[in-house]
Design a protein around this ligand. Structure first.
Ligand code: IPD
Ligand code: CA
Length: 274
């Protein structure tokens, strides 16, 4: 890091301030009723006026507090200093509302997810459930936290006893592949949960509310902050066969479960398909 690059704790403080404000806006807009609903990649991939407004607000606030940083947001893409950032430059990765379908239906499982990345490595992250106010934070090397409580991964060691969260993309062909993977996996786990917000799934895994999580098709804004929270809680967060977590697959599991889940998912070609 450049000497001018703030420490992860300082970046986290900024992230928390911005995420709280953003979550407040999402919650206030939900209370007034969902508006401006349109679709993106498919007829079920919705975006609302709140997704856009929350992102605009968060980006404006980040640019006010950190004018030289870049921001990658789900709805408006890249903004700021440009793609060729100098070493030590900070890039913010934002999902203004993760769990937009839950937001649409009024299910209390949607979140603002904001991470700070330096030289390609996520160093700070916050996930705030906008409906409940629950908040998870982490800094690289500084642990994962919720309400002053340090988070630890589940101590489960048997995949057959593991509660595993996952999710599905918006494309029908991809979903079919994901459903087939699930059919092959479910006989070998305790049960499956599908809550509808990847960032929150990762945080639930971080606090042991589920034992593990996996999903294909995630974007950086879905897993940057939650992935750090999970990793700092002691989970292994990776793709298949040593790959980094990314669009092909994100697997988050305690070390004792990781290989068992990884090998099942590899056999089922979870990272393959459309
Ligand atoms: C989605 C949610 C969902 C996951 C999808 C994501 P969005 O994000 O995280 O749980 O299964 O893959 O795209 O569209 O609500 O921001
Ligand atoms: Ca989103």
């Amino acid at each position: 890091m450049q000497s001018s690059t703030p420490a992860p704790a300082e970046l986290l403080e900024i992230a928390v301030t911005v995420a709280r404000q953003a979550a407040g806006t999402a919650q206030a807009m939900r209370a007034e009723g969902v508006s401006g609903v349109t679709t993106k990649s498919t007829a079920t991939d919705v975006v609302t006026a709140a997704d856009r407004a929350v992102e605009r607000q968060a980006v404006a606030e980040l640019r006010r507090l950190r004018p030289d940083d870049t921001v990658l947001g789900e709805e408006y893409g890249d903004s700021g200093a440009g793609a060729t950032a100098a070493p030590g430059a900070v890039r913010w990765i934002l999902d203004p509302i993760d769990g937009t379908v839950n937001y649409l239906y009024g299910l209390p499982q949607y979140a603002v997810s904001l991470a700070a990345e330096v030289d390609g490595e996520v160093v700070a992250g916050v996930v705030r459930n906008a409906a409940t106010g629950d908040e998870w934070t982490a800094t690289r090397g500084g642990g994962a936290w919720r309400d002053g409580r340090r988070l630890r991964a589940s101590t489960e060691t048997d995949l057959g006893q593991a509660l595993v969260a996952t999710g599905f993309g918006y494309d029908a062909a991809r979903r079919t592949h994901q459903a087939n993977v699930l059919v092959g996996l479910i006989p070998y786990v305790r049960d499956i949960r599908r809550f509808g917000a990847a960032a929150l799934d990762l945080c639930l895994a971080a606090e042991g509310a589920v034992d593990a999580y996996y999903e294909k098709g995630l974007n950086a804004w879905d897993h940057a902050a939650g992935g750090l929270v999970a990793a700092e809680a002691g989970l292994r967060v990776a793709g298949l066969h040593g790959a980094a977590p990314g669009p092909d697959l994100v697997v988050a599991a305690p070390p004792a479960l990781f290989d068992q889940l990884h090998d099942r998912l590899a056999r089922l070609d979870a990272a393959g398909g459309p």
